[in-house]
Design a protein around this ligand. Structure first.
Ligand code: CDP
Length: 245
């Protein structure tokens, strides 16, 4: 087990950023933030700032990648060089390639891909500032951007990380907790349908802790799901008001 050089929970049971163990960070979601994309979304989750652009369904290039029975979903998760403390190389790292795949797999079950054979749906995720939990915040924002693009979906996908610090389960790990904590468990769900589309775990958790983690994730996801729906509604209220997108 890693020993943290800093105290992650104080004597009042508060975390390093003042939150209680089960509190999520402040979340802000906006949809339709980019004019040139078919759909888009912006999320702030604590210090994370992420923008997502969606294109499609559109023709597939290169053509041989096209699938006869469904749309091809492509995701690119990318971190800006200035998004982390130490400058990140602008070329795709192994981590970014892996996260692109993980995010695509978390979104795929929600989209009616079979309705658009031989087309591509492209999801571009740009992390402008990172502070722990970017994969989960990216999934949350990407599903809003997909809905904003008018792509038919079974449900939105909402994600959150549950972690373990100083032996305690905590919701929505920040960067320091992610770095020095004992465990990290990103979870994505289709909240209305109750399906889990992503589950990863790094660290050791007991069966009891796993059960509790899912309960905590469920509660946090419900709150974020409301924010996602509000973000989509706000855009359409604005369209109704000014008469254009
Ligand atoms: O962001 P997420 O927790 O989904 O993924 P991670 O690989 O567990 O990364 C945790 C955090 O480490 C990120 O959110 C960043 O704050 C930080 N990080 C960094 O400082 N430099 C990198 N090159 C990559 C990640």
């Amino acid at each position: 087990m890693k020993i943290s050089p800093i105290k992650l929970i104080d004597e009042n049971g508060r975390r390093i950023d003042g939150r209680l163990p089960h509190e999520i960070r402040k979340v802000k979601i906006e949809s339709g933030v980019l004019k040139n994309a078919d759909g888009s979304a912006y999320i702030e989750l604590g210090n994370n700032k992420i923008i997502v652009a969606v294109y499609g369904p559109r023709e597939v290039y290169p053509k041989h990648q096209a699938l006869a029975d469904r749309a091809l979903l492509r995701c690119r998760y990318s971190m800006a060089p200035f998004s982390v403390e130490e400058r990140k190389t602008p070329s795709p790292t192994r981590r970014e390639i892996e996260l692109s795949k993980v995010i695509r797999e978390a979104l795929e079950p929600a989209i009616f891909l079979e309705e658009y054979p031989r087309t591509a749906i492209d999801v571009f995720i740009e992390v402008l500032e990172a502070d722990g939990g970017t994969r989960t915040a990216s999934i949350t924002a990407a599903s809003v951007a997909l809905a904003d693009a008018g792509i038919p979906m079974r449900d939105l996908v909402t994600a959150i990380a549950i972690g373990k610090v100083e032996g305690l389960l905590v919701v929505d790990l920040n960067g320091l907790e992610d770095q020095y904590g004992e465990g990290d468990m990103p979870i994505a769900m289709m909240p209305q349908l109750g399906y889990v589309t992503l589950f990863q775990a790094d660290g050791r958790f007991t069966a009891e802790e796993l059960k509790e983690a899912f309960k905590l994730a469920n509660d946090a996801i419900k709150k974020i799901y409301e924010e996602q729906k509000q973000a989509l509604k706000r855009k359409y209220l604005k369209v109704a008001e000014i008469g254009e997108i």
